[in-house]
Design a binder for this molecule. Structure first.
Ligand SMILES: Cc1cc2nc3c(=O)[nH]c(=O)nc-3n(C[C@H](O)[C@H](O)[C@H](O)COP(=O)(O)O)c2cc1C
Length: 216
């Protein structure tokens, strides 16, 4: 049985990208806010997008400074993320109040937050009005990630080195483990789906036998 959802609830079906903490700095004052609506947009040039509501203090900071940094927090910062998304930089100095140590970014003035797993530094290339949020398109100027967390993709080996995913409200999740998709290339070179589990197991056994023979 399927549950009928409202158009408004549809957004949560797409929840799951790692939540990021967007840091900005303008005239020496820094701010931070969590953003769940973030996405890669282009390979070349490398562009990423964040959807920010005009009521956020970060919205003004982005418009004025023309740059930002994305900090990818781990599970350890979950309560901080919720707090940083509940109060506004217009009213309080969030970075100081949350006692979050920072360090200098390579290419932007916005500070980077210690204890995060990865960082992306961006210049604002374009701002698009989309419904009630605006999409800030950022050109990636520099990126770095903790070795224990990321190598070509998220490693997902140690719980403390997994990114945090926002499900909505006060709910978060972390991913379980990496899985490898299995496709088969036929003798003619076309890519095919494995037909059955038995077929896949038989092929894996054959491949293991072939590898053993080659090693001998
Ligand atoms: C986990 C989480 C994710 C959020 N994602 C977004 C988002 O994608 N876009 C947005 O405009 N606000 C988002 N918010 C709300 C802002 O983070 C929140 O309004 C914040 O207090 C704004 O801070 P600022 O006024 O200092 O910029 C999110 C809040 C939380 C807790």
């Amino acid at each position: 049985m399927r549950r009928v959802l409202t158009e408004f609830d549809a957004r949560r079906l797409l929840a799951g990208a790692p939540v990021v903490l967007v840091t900005t700095r303008w005239h020496g004052v820094a701010n931070v806010m969590p953003v769940a609506w973030n996405m890669p947009l282009s390979h070349d040039p490398p562009l990423v997008g964040i959807a920010v509501h005009p009521s956020r203090h970060t919205y003004d900071m982005l418009r004025l400074s023309g740059e930002f940094a994305l900090n990818v927090p781990s599970n350890r910062l979950m309560n901080h993320v919720q707090y940083l998304g509940t109060v506004s930089g217009r009213d309080v100095q969030k970075i100081e109040l949350a006692k979050l140590p920072t360090f200098k970014a390579q290419r932007v003035e916005a500070p980077l937050l210690e204890g995060c797993l990865a960082y992306i530094e961006c210049s604002v290339e374009e701002v698009l009005r989309l419904g009630d949020h605006q999409l800030f398109v950022g050109k990636v100027l520099a990126a770095q990630a903790e070795r224990q967390a990321f190598e070509e993709s998220w490693l997902l080996e140690d719980a403390d080195y997994k990114p945090l995913h926002y499900l909505g409200g006060e709910l978060y999740a972390i991913l379980g483990e990496r899985r490898q998709a299995q496709l088969r290339t036929s003798e003619e070179g076309s890519v095919e789906l494995e037909k059955t589990t038995e077929e896949r197991e038989r092929r894996e056994e054959e491949e293991a036998r072939r590898r053993e023979q080659q090693e001998q």
